[in-house]
Design a protein around this ligand. Sequence first.
Ligand SMILES: *[C@@H]1O[C@H](CO)[C@@H](O)[C@H](O)[C@H]1NC(C)=O
Ligand SMILES: *[C@@H]1O[C@H](CO)[C@@H](O)[C@H](O)[C@H]1NC(C)=O
Ligand SMILES: *[C@@H]1O[C@H](CO)[C@@H](O)[C@H](O)[C@H]1NC(C)=O
Ligand SMILES: *[C@@H]1O[C@H](CO)[C@@H](O)[C@H](O)[C@H]1NC(C)=O
Ligand SMILES: *[C@@H]1O[C@H](CO)[C@@H](O)[C@H](O)[C@H]1NC(C)=O
Length: 305
Amino acid sequence: MAAVLLGLLLFALQSPPVPSRPLAGGGTPPPPTSLPPDNGTTSHPNGTLQQLPQIIIIGVRKGGTRALIEMLSLHSAVAAAQNEVHFFDWESHFQKGLPWYLSQMPYSFPEQLTVEKTPAYFTSSKVPKRIHRMNPDIKLLLILRDPTERVLSDYTQVFYNRLQKHKHYQPIETLLVKDGEINLGYKALNRSLYYRHMQNWLQFFPLESIHVVDGDELIRDPLPEMKKVERFLKLEPQINTSNFYFNKTKGFYCLRDHGRERCLHDSKGRAHPHVAPAVLHKLHLFFHEPNKKFFELVGRTFNWK
Ligand SMILES: *[C@@H]1O[C@H](CO)[C@@H](O)[C@H](O)[C@H]1NC(C)=O
Ligand SMILES: *[C@@H]1O[C@H](CO)[C@@H](O)[C@H](O)[C@H]1NC(C)=O
Ligand SMILES: *[C@@H]1O[C@H](CO)[C@@H](O)[C@H](O)[C@H]1NC(C)=O
Ligand SMILES: *[C@@H]1O[C@H](CO)[C@@H](O)[C@H](O)[C@H]1NC(C)=O
Ligand SMILES: *[C@@H]1O[C@H](CO)[C@@H](O)[C@H](O)[C@H]1NC(C)=O
């Protein structure tokens, strides 16, 4: 009940405002490019409107999706949704239909591209079909890191969440290994089996519609990766060296947007737990085959251990 009320409240807060006066100057408003007005949107008097995304960052969890969407927002032709929308993976959201999804999108100018990111999409098997039904020509961005690093990062996030709630959490070794074998039942491990999830996507989308961003490279040296993203999205080249500066204290790049400087949230650089070297070695060995399968699927290799 409380959830329903909260949902309604959020919906009310995020509903597009009804224009209170007709457009000044007698000009006709730009036609919405995605949906006719009776699908739940109206263009705003200031010339902006909400559009269904033409780009979705589908994952992966702990792959660097926040960094990617922030860096993509540096481009003036991109409008990014603030929150993770979870439309295609959460039934309670999906049932509300596309008008609700649209209502979650930022106001943008008609010539801008809208992007949302929900890292859980990549590993949810029902999502590719649903996105395809909305727009088979949509452009998908997938940012991946070394699968072992990703598992540790996934564990670390859950670990700190539990810590904050004063709850107990198992040491990583007992989750990763069961009866001397790598434990496939551990969800964080499953999420790093990239080829399995990729297979689901390739049943609905051609490889040319999915651009894989190297998350390790994006953190180490963001500009070259962002230039590739610009090319994939057919955006006018705009992101340049002055958009990034290295923060020595943090040990990674921060962003500069029209003189405004910002670094990603501190938790993004959180230290991983210490993992017994034998377990780490087992993990690296374990991922060898799945990684090879992934490289074959996408016709490209990554510098993963
Ligand atoms: C938008 O509304 C029109 C008519 O009201 C309908 O035919 C169309 O399928 C709707 N599109 C979406 C994406 O919901
Ligand atoms: C246009 O109006 C929308 C809705 O009120 C608002 O969110 C947006 O910031 C405005 N954009 C500009 C450029 O004024
Ligand atoms: C791993 O994830 C896939 C896709 O979500 C699922 O089909 C499979 O059952 C999972 N495997 C295990 C061992 O949990
Ligand atoms: C980088 O982009 C900014 C904003 O678009 C522009 O003002 C600046 O001149 C560019 N700098 C270089 C070195 O190209
Ligand atoms: C660099 O990082 C440190 C440590 O997080 C932070 O306190 C500082 O404000 C950052 N400096 C700049 C210029 O971003």
